[in-house]
Design a binder for this molecule. Sequence first.
Ligand SMILES: [Zn+2]
Length: 369
Amino acid sequence: MTVTAEDILTGLRPWVEAESPTRETQAVNRVMDLVAADYRGIGFAVERIPGRDGLADHLRATAPWGGEGPGILVLCHVDTVHGVGAMGPAFRREGDRVYGPGVLDMKGGGFLAFTALRLMAEEGTGGLQVRVLITGDEEVGSPTARALIEAEGERARFVLVPEPARNGGRIVTGRRGVGRYGVTVHGRAAHSGIAHAEGRSAIAEMARQVLKIEAMTDYDRGVTLNVGRIEGGTTDNTVPEWCRARVDLRMDDAGLAAEFDAALKALAPLADGFEIEVQGGITRPPWRKTPAIQALFAHAQGLAAEIGFDLKDIHTGGGSDGSFLAARLPVLDGLGVDGAGAHTLEEHLYVSSLVPRMRLLKRLMETLA
Ligand SMILES: [Zn+2]
């Protein structure tokens, strides 16, 4: 059974054209309909887990082989960061590149996994049980999928994540941890013309806090803090009563995660007359290449060599759903399509990467035992 890159693009296109920003629940659910139909079409049992908290449904697709497992868990998400229409036409080809929301991150990789499983179903080459979780809230930190992912991890022996490849086709064997926080300062409003001295400017207090938070960055220990968004105040002529900031924390080990999480939660006013609230926490724990992950990576390298390419790995900065399981299971991430521009309007995949990457996923799922 041969599959060409053109075949893969033809099947992928409807998934991409069903644009699906995380917060547009109905749009995400529409792509879930397509994915569910595709998996049912190849004989998988598909369960739909209803969404909650204003987020979309998730799917669990179970292979018709392998009994109850334990088996291989494949993690895919079909939400994207792009607003509907943001990239213009949702699927646009230019030579070896296809541009579109999610072509790279990660409907492309999700479709490669589906294609590999379709071929395995047709050829009867499945061995170990395969369960695929297709989730709809990864790009906001997987608040509703996390428990499902952790529960599936309990009955998995291996975890494969077809998130995009990195830096020229590298797969991911370690990721930095991620924390997300909202910091709110309350001061006291006052008329800026007639009662200025009675006000307590929440924006001025936040300015002091931002400098403090940014100064916690410690490159030597591999910890960064980024105040990525800020808003506050009501009108030009009112001393601002409130100000809010969003903080992104990244770190490389669990001890640092706990230390900086505690430091952020302990933020206190730097001047009199203010109150500070901190919400949030660690959304993705850090993970490093364990011996089990190294062994799985070495196996994948051997399979890639048989297919005809040299597979390298990387420790990367972004979190993924693989982060929830990597401390206790062998996880390979970044197994999806190669391309560039994830999370930008230039997001694209390389057509030439589709077949070799699909074959690697297929050989992994066929050979793991
Ligand atoms: Zn992704």
